[in-house]
Design a protein around this ligand. Sequence first.
Ligand SMILES: [Zn+2]
Length: 124
Amino acid sequence: MPIPLHLTLLFLSNITALLGGFLLGMTIHETIRSSLPEFLQEKIVAFIIFGMLPAALGLYLMGFIFRYLIAGRCPKCGGRSIYHASRRENAIFGGTSMVPITYHCKECEHVHRTRIFPANPMDS
Ligand SMILES: [Zn+2]
């Protein structure tokens, strides 16, 4: 699929995974609450285990799907272009610089740089 579409879907899927994972986890917690040990009924513990954890897992899963299963289309040759999250890289004159989200073509090795810099917590 075209790179802008790939990026849009990735973005929407991440939000869906984050919210969906969180809500699903919280719903499960409500349902099985009475059969849980005492410490798992604490609000903050429940929030982390049943809220943050499924949300993070959902995000991780989406990252995996959009990196390995769904590829973008290379603007140069139309081949499979693989998503790479934004990251820090050593700059030529020392220090580090941010690299935006890039797509690396598997056929012609063309690297497409986007102008988007959301640091991915899973990649740090
Ligand atoms: Zn290409």
